[in-house]
Design a protein around this ligand. Structure first.
Ligand code: AMP
Length: 355
């Protein structure tokens, strides 16, 4: 690998030519702010950012395809890979989190990504930040309650990434529903001028939500972990009867899974309205999201699914029988913000569906 003498970054590609929609051109790898600035300056608009922590899998791949769709034939996809220490608690898996950079670059090359920004911890945080983003009340519930400081860390790094990469749009996964809701709020509340798109949750063929952390699971743990998606499917199947029926169906699956070996240890199961994720009451009818978090062995897993309370369910790929989510080369899952809402030059409408 050669090194760009002006930036100290490995010279791995040309951002003006790299990355046709399904090509294998090598993306530019920027490891420094200076290298990123040089690569960013050469990128054709609109520029669509996909922030990740790396260890890329088919779930990330589906985000890259949504990003390419939003960028269109003339635009660019920029991926960031950074395991953000600010969002990990002292007892969490920061040190053991997988970091297979070469593999990640190969996946990005195959998806037409033009620039990969993979800074070191020191490059991202030359000093311990004093000023951070307060996620507010929504950030204290659900994941925020179980992982104190998590969303403050997430929002702070996402804001920094927006500042450094100046994207027109950014894509986040519905797998992390609360994170997506908070990023939409931050983008609207702080007038960041970035269009936020949500990409559907991708599942492995057995129904488990695809995650970089799934590599921690032993084979028996993985089998136990399937209780999460089964609980969501059971809730959806019972949801025509109302919130109590939906929750009872999911709880029955999870109660059974608590006695599995290895056991599924439930953290939370909450049926919430989709925008602010406020828990719904017993008489609620309409669109909702069922969120679940649990531990299997030492691995913490989250999952969620849309639930139409009191009515029929729209199919959810990979969750309902016979609806697989395999990422076929031409398949692009529909994003929750239409590509036409991207305003590449002004960032107008940038609240991007901010709730
Ligand atoms: P991570 O690398 O885990 O921080 O995830 C980076 C982005 O990919 C986030 O916006 C996640 O919500 C999204 N993501 C991770 N796993 C999935 C999945 N299975 N389906 C859809 N999006 C995902």
């Amino acid at each position: 690998m050669t090194v760009d003498p002006t930036t100290g970054d490995p010279a791995t590609g040309d951002p003006t030519t790299g990355g046709p929609a399904t090509g294998t051109a090598v993306p530019v790898l920027a490891r420094t702010r200076k290298g990123l600035a040089a690569a960013r300056a050469a990128l054709p608009a609109p520029v669509v950012l996909v922030p990740t922590m790396g260890a890329l899998h088919d779930g990330h791949r589906s985000l890259l395809r949504v990003a390419r769709e939003i960028a269109g034939p003339g635009g660019s996809v920029l991926v960031s890979i950074f395991v953000n220490p600010l969002q990990f608690g002292p007892l969490e898996d920061f040190d053991r989190y997988p970091r297979p950079l070469e593999q990640d670059l190969a996946l990005c090359a195959g998806e037409g990504v033009r620039v990969v920004f993979a800074p070191s911890r020191r490059e991202m945080y030359p000093a311990q930040p004093m000023v951070t983003v307060d996620p507010g009340e929504l950030g204290q519930r659900l994941e925020g309650k179980s992982r104190p400081g998590f969303f403050e860390g997430v929002l702070t790094v996402v804001l920094k990434l927006f500042q450094l990469t100046r994207p027109d749009a950014a894509v986040f996964g519905e797998k992390d529903a609360q994170q997506l809701a908070l990023i939409r709020r931050m983008t609207g509340d702080l007038d960041l001028g970035v269009c936020i798109a949500g990409a559907p949750l991708h599942r492995d063929p057995d129904g488990l939500a695809t995650s970089s952390r799934n590599v921690y699971l032993s084979a028996p743990e993985r089998t136990s972990a399937l209780a999460l998606s089964r609980a969501l499917a059971a809730a959806r199947a019972a949801a025509a009867g109302g919130t109590a029926d939906a929750l009872a169906a999911a709880r029955a699956v999870l109660a059974n899974a608590a006695s599995f070996d290895p056991a599924v240890r439930l953290d939370y199961l909450v049926l919430a309205e989709p925008d602010e994720l406020t828990e719904v009451g017993p008489d609620y009818k309409g669109p909702a999201v069922l969120l679940v978090a649990a531990r299997v062995g030492t691995t913490r897993l989250i999952d969620n699914a849309a639930v139409n309370v009191g009515g029929p369910q729209d199919p959810v790929p990979g969750l309902d029988a016979g609806t697989a989510t395999a990422v076929a080369p031409a398949a692009v899952a529909p994003a929750t913000v239409a590509p036409t809402t991207v305003a590449p030059t002004t960032g107008a409408g940038g609240a991007g569906g901010g709730a």
